[in-house]
Design a protein around this ligand. Structure first.
Ligand SMILES: N[C@@H](CCC(=O)N[C@@H](CS)C(=O)NCC(=O)O)C(=O)O
Length: 205
């Protein structure tokens, strides 16, 4: 299998972390987003949305990071990240959709304004966008923080795809200035995820 990624992309990181944690046999393929490789015809054939990550498995092409995580887990015998039992799986799915629909886009606003715009020299952060991003991150991170009171992991009592998916964008906490420093349950949980080998192996130098 080939997993197309970029090390700066937190969407790609959740897929790469899943592959590493599961010891999935993937070859990592670097897509140079800064040079616009994702908009080249060859890559657009894989993903017309011009985004990483993309997984290629013997002619089957899959984009969307959360779908890739589920696929990698489903291909792995005896894995524990993605439970088979209906309600336990629905619980993990709930948080994956929440991450894709609410949390990641909210963090994406602050990451764009505070990190990517500077990196690509696209001008100063837009104060209205900063306010919108801060409000949304605060709202959704607050939901997560309350959920994590008295829990080590998001679903049940073990690490799952939900933890990996949701932790990935929090890598931007400092550079994107995410307003989450005072959320103690979230910080304790995030420190736990950061101890994972898969986290350490995907951290930027
Ligand atoms: N919903 C997608 C989002 C993927 C995404 O936005 N990837 C960004 C990097 S974080 C990208 O490749 N951007 C390049 C572009 O938009 O041209 C997922 O979860 O896989």
């Amino acid at each position: 299998m080939r997993l197309y990624h970029h090390p700066f992309s937190f969407n790609a990181r959740r897929a790469v972390m899943t592959a590493l944690h599961l010891a999935s046999p993937v070859e990592l393929v670097f897509v140079d987003l800064q040079k616009g490789e994702q908009r080249q015809p060859q890559f657009l054939k894989l993903n017309p949305n011009h985004r990483v990550p993309v997984l290629e498995d013997d002619g089957f092409v899959l984009w969307e990071s959360h779908a890739i995580m589920q696929y990698l887990a489903d291909k792995t015998p005896r894995q524990t990240l993605y439970p088979a039992q209906t309600r336990a799986r629905a619980d993990v799915n709930r948080w994956l959709f929440w991450c894709g629909q609410h949390l990641s886009p909210a963090i994406g606003i602050l990451n764009w304004e505070n990190v990517i715009k500077a990196m690509l020299r696209l001008g100063a952060a837009d104060p209205a966008e900063l306010r919108r991003g801060e409000q949304l991150v605060r709202e959704f991170a607050g939901v997560l923080d309350a959920h994590l009171a008295g829990r080590d992991w998001i679903c049940g009592d073990a690490l799952s795809l939900a933890d990996i998916a949701i932790a990935a964008p929090f890598a931007a906490t400092v550079p994107a200035k995410l307003p989450v420093d005072d959320l103690g349950h979230l910080q304790r949980w995030f420190a736990g995820v950061q101890k994972l080998e898969a986290w350490k192996r995907t951290a930027l130098p």
